[in-house]
Design a protein around this ligand. Structure first.
Ligand SMILES: [Zn+2]
Length: 123
């Protein structure tokens, strides 16, 4: 493959941002429930102990108010905070990734219900 061909198939960051924006817009318009497959396979706190690559948050199981607030935050790119079922560490979940955060940081985000992982499907 020539260099030109290789560049043609790898999206630039501008193109990636445009795809991300399109994806968010579609999700927000349909109020799609957040499901996500992350590139990182586990909890960001505890080094591969807690599998956490694919998550179906099952917002609809927590009532309308919780569902609406969290679905909005998700598609708004704010994301939300929730605790790891194994280590209890706070995690910031967004469309683009998940990261370990402090309890203070978690207080600044919309939060998943304390029992979110009992309803969610986490693989
Ligand atoms: Zn953990």
């Amino acid at each position: 493959m020539s260099k030109v061909d290789a560049e043609a198939v790898v999206p630039t960051s501008v193109e990636r941002d445009a795809m991300h924006a399109l994806y968010r817009q579609g999700g927000r318009e349909s109020q799609m429930a957040p499901h996500i497959v992350y590139t990182e396979a586990s909890c960001p706190h505890d080094d591969y102990d807690q599998p956490m690559q694919a998550i179906d948050f099952r917002m609809e199981d927590h009532g309308r108010a919780v569902h609406d607030a969290l679905v909005w935050a998700w598609w708004d790119d704010t994301g939300f905070a929730g605790r790891c079922p194994r280590c209890g560490g706070w995690i910031h979940f967004t469309i683009r990734g998940k990261r370990a955060i402090s309890p203070d940081e978690a207080a600044g985000f919309p939060q998943l219900p304390a029992d979110w992982f009992d309803r969610a499907t986490i693989l």
